[in-house]
Design a binder for this molecule. Structure first.
Ligand code: UT7
Length: 335
């Protein structure tokens, strides 16, 4: 039995908002946004899109590619910071119901933009305890509904979407292929630095009692510079540590799926690691930062383009509010 990612799927809502569109109502420009972030456009949820509906579309695509039936799914984990409800029921319960996964447990996981890697690690652990059962691991976000559209330093960054994978073990799978290269066992690093909790935040929880009669509609707030620096530092050190533990040098990685927060962050990470930018899958120019959805969306795009072959050594790495960070090194598609 080998534990694997059995299938991938993603969904980006059809509505596209370009930088030029934003510049019509905001003191900004395509030149500024692209030169500071690498973003030209982002997808935005339409009136009928929700975090759960996008998650369902991504999950259906992942289940179809995995050949997985609803009754085979034993657990649904949705990584999200923008759940349909604040804060219960969980988005995962809505997804479980819509997919008809009647025998599955379901819960949300909140580790911001690092959430998908956290969720994948939990899914991997659960699936290894329940051979024969499958786990849906989903990242889905509707960030455009919580940003402050008057704050040009943050709203330009974000987009909406969902990505999903099906994790499970299959009898009779071949062992991890070595292809003349050292076999790499899957390893994950999960980390956090809560001292940076205020750098990316959204009020509206129970921390502050609302004034009588007031219904707060809190926006996301962001201090960009310290987050930028944290991102470069942690993504570099997580990938380096995973490689060190696996007996690899970073140049021996075939592909890196880094959280698409800012193209300049990924360029800085590549420079620090002395790696070609070509190792990093990039779609931020057309998606913006989709938070927990960004890594599974890039993974699904690469799979569907035929860019991932069995036996490739790949790394998933992200960071986010909390502050959190996480990375997984694996031999595709083995967990
Ligand atoms: O998933 C995690 C989520 N968060 C992140 O990843 C954020 C990481 N940080 C970043 O991506 C960058 O820090 C930003 C893109 C948010 C900002 O870029 P920056 O190079 O750090 O710019 P800055 O905040 O230092 O601002 C530089 C200038 C300021 O003007 P002054 O004070 O120098 O006159 C800003 O007011 O750029 C101005 N500015 C803008 N100008 C035009 C900020 N946003 C914009 C804008 N258009 N959209």
């Amino acid at each position: 039995m080998s534990l694997k990612i059995l299938g991938t799927g993603s969904y980006l809502p059809p509505k596209v908002v370009t930088n030029d569109d934003l510049a019509k109502s905001l003191d900004t420009s395509d030149e500024w946004i692209f030169s500071h972030t690498g973003i030209h456009a982002r997808h935005m949820a339409g009136a009928d899109d929700t975090t759960s509906s996008m998650a369902v579309k991504a999950a259906r695509a992942a289940m179809e590619s995995a050949g997985a039936q609803p009754d085979e799914i034993g657990l649904v984990i949705v990584a999200t910071s923008t759940p349909d409800y604040n804060t219960f029921p969980s988005t995962a319960c809505l997804v479980q119901d819509a997919l008809g996964c009647k025998t599955a447990g379901a819960y949300d996981l909140q580790a911001a933009c690092a959430g998908f890697v956290y969720a994948l690690e939990q899914g991997r652990g659960w699936a290894s305890l329940h051979p024969g059962r499958k786990v849906l691991v989903i990242g889905s976000e509707t960030l455009t509904r919580v940003v402050d559209w008057n704050d040009r330093a943050s709203c330009i960054l974000f987009g909406d979407g969902a990505g999903a994978v099906v994790v499970g073990s299959e009898p009779g799978d071949p062992p991890v292929p070595t292809d003349g290269k050292p076999a790499v066992r899957c390893e994950t690093i999960l980390g956090a630095d809560g001292s940076g909790y205020s750098f990316i935040a959204r009020e509206g929880g129970t921390r502050v009692a609302p004034a009588p009669g007031q219904v707060p509609i809190p926006h996301l707030t962001l201090q960009g510079r310290p987050v930028f620096n944290f991102a470069v530092r942690t993504m570099d050190s997580v990938v380096m540590k995973l490689c060190l533990n696996a007996g690899l040098t970073p140049v021996e990685l075939d592909r890196i799926f880094a959280h698409q927060a800012n193209g300049r962050i990924i360029e800085a990470v590549a420079r620090r690691m002395d790696l070609s930018l070509d190792k990093f899958y990039m779609n931020i120019a057309r998606t913006g930062n989709t938070s927990a959805a960004s890594i599974p969306v890039t993974l699904d795009e690469a799979v569907r383009k035929g860019e991932l072959a069995e036996g490739m050594r790949i790394c998933l790495v992200g960071f986010g509010a909390g502050l959190t960070y996480a990375g997984t090194l694996m031999t595709w598609p083995y967990l």
